[in-house]
Design a protein around this ligand. Structure first.
Ligand SMILES: [Zn+2]
Ligand SMILES: [Zn+2]
Length: 332
């Protein structure tokens, strides 16, 4: 079968012919219909800190149809449409696993990083770590929900968003465009914060109630001028150090986009306004099931570019260059 292979740190992806994967007792073999490319694919290839074990088939947003079942898998059947997330396979008995926070298990296996992912015609998935795609949800739409959507929804949960609150999404890309739609569906007043005024119309079409243009990345002061936000989700890779200025009293800043920029934080201001800063990522697992339902039932749309496997390198370059609109998805 055909698969994208990353041979070494910093090297290019290449398309190769690989042996058909053999399922263990608790595995399923999935015929991939769609596999999203996340910016983390770029990190996994280029940053030693991500711990990718090479050679590796990348891709942690895989969706497809079960073709074969391991001998002990009884909860799924051939033909089920499923997907899995980055965190796949965990020990099940450490303190993190007992708390249901598998993402912090010390023995976790990560899709596309330490075990093979979805940029291929076939993919092995652990039956304990897959979710069914809700009926009616297109596989190309669904794939990015398994990372981008899951991350966005986890941030919304961690920020404890209430209906009617003003929620600002800073950086409306692959992750942010889903956050805007989920927040809207959950009853928030959504303010999209962008660096480019030209994006305004498209952001309103996605469901943003208002669009704020942050000049020179100064999102904090731009939001303050608008009256402040109850919640700010920073999904951008950059961070405005003065972002806390954009919060109202009892406001929460939820950090999702990775980076090393330092945030300006004044204890007195934090105390007077009772502010919170939250770091968020995917998990617990229940939220993956919930966001798939939310996406399907709210009619959210994933904005994607699709590429066949043999154009994976081109798709990778668009993602790495920040040019993809808004998610690149491989369709084997
Ligand atoms: Zn991802
Ligand atoms: Zn564990």
């Amino acid at each position: 079968v055909r698969a994208v292979i990353a041979d070494e740190l910093g090297g290019p992806w290449r398309l190769a012919e690989v042996p058909e994967p053999e399922p263990g007792p608790r595995d399923v073999v999935v015929r991939i219909e769609a596999s999203g490319i996340c910016f983390t694919d770029v990190h996994q290839l280029r940053e030693p800190a991500f711990g990718t074990v090479f050679p590796r088939i990348p891709g942690h947003e895989p969706v497809g149809v079960i073709e074969r079942l391991g001998s002990e898998v009884t909860e799924f059947t051939v033909g089920d449409r499923v997907g899995t997330a980055w965190v796949q396979r965990w020990c099940g008995h450490c303190p993190a696993c007992e708390r249901g926070r598998h993402e912090h298990c010390g023995e976790v296996a990560e899709t596309g990083t330490t075990i093979d992912g979805g940029h291929a015609e076939l993919c092995l998935m652990d039956a304990g770590a897959i979710e069914k795609v809700p009926a009616g949800l297109d596989p190309i739409e669904a794939a990015p929900v398994f990372c981008a959507g899951y991350t966005a929804y986890s941030a919304i949960c961690d920020a404890e968003v209430r209906p009617g609150e003003v929620c600002a999404v800073v950086g409306v890309g692959g992750l942010g465009h889903l956050a805007v739609q989920y927040l809207k569906a959950l009853g928030a007043e959504v303010v999209a914060v962008t660096g480019a005024a030209s994006k305004g119309r498209r952001l309103r079409e996605l469901g943003a109630d208002d669009v704020v243009v942050a000049e020179h990345g100064r999102a904090g002061v731009a939001l303050k001028r608008r009256g402040g936000a109850d919640v700010i989700l920073n999904t951008a890779t950059g961070l405005d150090p003065a972002l806390l200025q954009g919060l109202r009293k009892y406001g929460r800043l939820c950090l999702v986009g990775q980076g090393r920029t330092q945030l300006e934080l004044t204890p007195t201001d934090m105390i007077i306004s009772k502010l919170r800063v939250i770091g968020s990522s995917q998990g617990p697992r229940q939220r993956l099931r919930e966001v798939l339902e939310l996406h399907a039932r709210s009619g959210a749309r994933t904005m994607v570019e699709t590429y066949p496997l043999d154009r994976a390198l081109e798709a990778f370059d668009r993602v790495a260059g920040g040019e993809a609109r808004l998610r690149a998805v491989l369709v084997p």
